[in-house]
Ligand binder design. Structure first.
Ligand SMILES: Cc1ncc(C[n+]2csc(CCOP(=O)(O)OP(=O)(O)O)c2C)c(N)n1
Length: 346
């Protein structure tokens, strides 16, 4: 990776972290409606994935979606606006923190229903493969066994993002099975942050890890260090190339940790201070900054300067969204949107 690409990774992680910090502050000030799920500590998983994708590759994130949305290229002002319920938001203020779709950046958005994005990403993959092979490429009469489906290269992939909690949902397993049979170009991206609400993944997952489940669906599966942004980037690039060659799906399990509670009311009573300290020492931003200094890419002073610049950038975006936060859809506008015909939708 060249210097610009290395710096871009840090910029994406800083923007994601500062966005979460600002969101928490706005939430505590009572300016955000509904709930919100912060992803502090998971920035390497989110930046490394998005930086490794190509234009036209779709992501379908989870309810913990802010970092993925920023890293895929959305404007943070439109994300704040979404949480303020303003018309300038990514879903015109109707969705809030968990619903931030942005088709101009190949992001289908998330849903509050855990695991429900995975079949949607698999559907996008079906379309991507269909464009390469057409009807004939799926004809059961021609291909008696999944092994016979042709390895046809595809232009784009989709990424089904899900958590360790979601990894045991039926929708996830059904999607993996179908994607494997039809060689669909989908990356199953399990962001294992060790907890589904208060339930530790050690207690809730029957296998020794999530990646090993790939074997049941005859696809490659790999567990990687999700707090090392370069490791994530490289693993995703490798997976994307494999998928684009037409080999079918791939499962990556990305080990990371959410340093905040599950959502606003979580006091984290289910884990120890020692455990939190261990992970704080492996903060993905600090790890990467240390590496950039050791490798002579940036000085400590330059890193401080970049941090200040990115914090100011996020602050400015939040202020812009706040100033316009009372611009709302009228009930009539909402009704028109709910009952819009296909032609009306733009
Ligand atoms: C189908 C469904 N079941 C339960 C819930 C309640 N719920 C919301 S988030 C969550 C935990 C999800 O854990 P995980 O998939 O690991 O994602 P994380 O929150 O750790 O990012 C649960 C159980 C839900 N929203 N949808």
């Amino acid at each position: 990776m060249d210097r610009d690409a290395l710096l871009n990774l840090l910029r994406l992680m800083l923007d994601s972290r500062f966005f979460e910090e600002k969101t928490e502050q706005l939430f505590k000030a009572g300016l955000i409606h509904g709930t919100t799920h912060l992803a502090n500590g998971q920035e390497a998983s989110q930046a490394g994935l998005c930086a490794a994708l190509d234009d036209g590759d779709w992501i379908v994130p989870t309810h913990r979606c802010h970092g993925f949305t920023i890293c895929r290229g959305s404007d943070p002002a439109e994300m704040f606006a979404e949480m303020f319920g303003s018309v300038h938001g990514l879903a015109k203020g109707l969705g809030g923190s968990m619903h931030m779709p942005d088709s101009s950046h190949w992001n289908l958005g998330s849903s509050a229903v855990v695991g429900s994005g995975v079949p949607l990403a698999t559907g996008i993959a079906f379309w991507n493969r269909f464009q390469s092979v057409g009807n004939a490429g799926f004809a059961a009469s021609t291909f008696s066994s999944p092994k016979d489906y042709p390895k046809t290269p595809v232009k784009n992939i989709s990424v089904a993002i899900f958590g360790d909690g979601a990894s045991s949902r039926g929708s996830v397993h059904e999607s993996m099975n179908l994607a494997s049979i039809w060689k669909l170009p989908v990356l199953f991206y399990c962001e294992n942050n060790h907890y589904g609400m208060s339930a530790s993944s050690d207690r809730m997952i029957s296998s020794s890890n999530v990646a090993s489940r790939a074997g049941a669906y005859d696809m490659p599966g790999e567990t990687i260090d999700g707090n090392d942004v370069l490791a994530v980037y490289e693993a995703v690039r490798k997976a994307v190339e494999y998928i684009k060659e037409g080999n079918g799906p791939y499962l990556l399990e990305v080990m990371t940790y959410r340093t905040k509670g599950h959502s606003k009311s979580d006091r984290r009573l289910y884990r120890t201070a020692e455990e939190e300290k261990l992970w704080a020492d492996r903060d993905p931003i600090k790890l990467y900054e240390r590496k950039l200094v050791e490798d002579g890419i940036l000085s400590a002073k330059e890193i401080k300067g970049l941090e200040e610049e990115r914090r100011a950038y996020i602050e400015e975006k939040a202020n812009k969204a706040l100033e316009e936060s009372t611009d709302r859809l009228s009930p009539n506008d909402v009704e028109d949107m709910v009952y819009a015909t296909t032609e009306d939708r733009s």
